[in-house]
Design a protein around this ligand. Structure first.
Ligand code: AMP
Length: 372
């Protein structure tokens, strides 16, 4: 999937399919005009790539000219006036084929047809790469069609969205993002002991989000003695990060388990820049994105004392050992802190004071979410 300005597009017709289709249309024209001379009139800007590829396969005698259609307000009586700019070739008594990238409603094509007809060509036909039969209301249907397509917005291979995308080798169709507008996707960020788990519970209850804690998922895998659990345990017990490849794949499959969620709260993920980039890319593919990163800010001494208290109830191996706790804090500073800049660059970073009572911190978080 690709993004052009505010829209997302997915591949619709591949470069190979385009190449084969253009070749087939060229063969058809070669047969129909065998022994004759053809003048191609290609409509700029969109048709430049199509025209260029098609004409390479034309073996009958031919010439090509490029024109633009312009529309301006005439006098009261004439109303809107259309003219073709750049048409210097004499078309009288010639076999003309108009080359267009797409025939949509066909209104523009009818106007071009009318203007060219005034020059009294011997024959006049239309060849288009794309044709939208369901949108067509014009008089002149295209004679040569590459692909008949549904009435959806397309870009690539000469076609643009706000002048972008003409350079693409393939043709893309707009992807409607139903989820993105409605979903609330929060990254709850902070060092070990910042209160991410506790606060996540409260946030999901209020906003109806799905809670995805990578630490919890790993611990469940360890308990279930899965292959992933066995792999992760060694890293976790030492306070190290589980390798990105394992963590990212696991997270993706967890996200995909939920159909039409209101949103996610990512707790303990992303923990590296590679994870943040992978998450961005993956959510784009899923038609959504991160709304905000809420970073709980807590002093190191306070973290250590919270983790010491938690060790008494959590039963977590990595909470019980001060050396492992220190290692986790060090890993956070070295590998996870840089993720902050990733979201700052996207204007999605909000720092929350993570010290005080649990209720106070919750209301700060709710305040930040409600203000989004
Ligand atoms: P947590 O429950 O978030 O404190 O995570 C506990 C441990 O699970 C961490 O110290 C890591 O070993 C591992 N872990 C959790 N989330 C991730 C992640 N996103 N990337 C790598 N390792 C993780």
């Amino acid at each position: 999937m690709i993004q052009l300005k505010d829209k997302y597009f997915e591949t619709f017709i591949t470069a190979d399919e385009i190449r084969k289709e253009i070749s087939a249309r060229a063969q058809q024209i070669n047969e129909d005009y065998a022994g004759q001379h053809v003048v191609f009139v290609a409509i700029l800007n969109g048709a430049f790539m199509f025209a260029s590829d098609l004409i390479k396969e034309i073996i009958v005698s031919c010439e090509i000219t490029f024109v633009k259609v312009s529309s301006y307000r005439g006098t009261e009586s004439t109303g809107r006036v259309d003219e073709i700019i750049g048409l210097t070739t004499n078309l009288r008594d010639k076999n003309i084929i108009i080359l267009e990238d797409i025939v949509d409603t066909g209104i523009t094509m009818d106007k071009i047809h009318k203007i060219i007809e005034l020059q009294k060509p011997r024959s006049l036909k239309i060849c288009t790469l794309l044709y939208k039969p369901s949108a067509h209301v014009g008089i002149h249907k295209p004679d040569y069609v590459g692909f008949s397509i549904p009435n959806a917005f397309v870009v690539g291979f000469g076609l643009d969205y706000d002048e972008l995308g003409r350079n693409l080798k393939e043709i893309y169709q707009v992807k409607e993002l139903k989820k993105a507008e409605n979903m609330l996707n929060i990254v709850l960020f902070g060092p070990p002991g910042a209160g991410k788990g506790t606060q996540s519970e409260r946030i999901i209850e209020k906003y109806g989000l799905v809670h995805l804690s990578t630490g919890d998922i790993f611990r469940a895998n360890i308990k279930g003695e899965t292959e992933l659990g066995v792999l992760a345990k060694g890293f976790m017990d030492q306070g190290k990060l589980v390798p990105d490849s394992l963590t990212i794949d696991m997270l993706k499959s967890e996200v995909r388990k939920h159909e039409n969620p209101k949103g996610f709260i990512f707790d303990g993920f992303p923990r590296t820049n590679a994870q943040a980039e992978a998450l961005d890319h993956f959510l784009t593919e899923e038609g959504t994105s991160i709304t905000v990163l809420l970073a709980l800010d807590v002093e190191e001494q306070e973290l250590k004392s919270r983790l010491k208290n938690r060790a008494e109830v959590s039963g977590r191996v990595d909470d019980a050992n001060p050396e492992v706790i220190q290692k986790r804090i060090n890993v956070y500073v070295a590998e996870t802190m840089p993720v902050k800049a990733f979201y700052q660059a996207q204007n999605k970073f909000i720092k929350i004071n993570g010290e005080g009572s649990v209720d106070e911190i919750t209301s700060r978080l709710f305040g930040a979410i409600d203000a989004l």
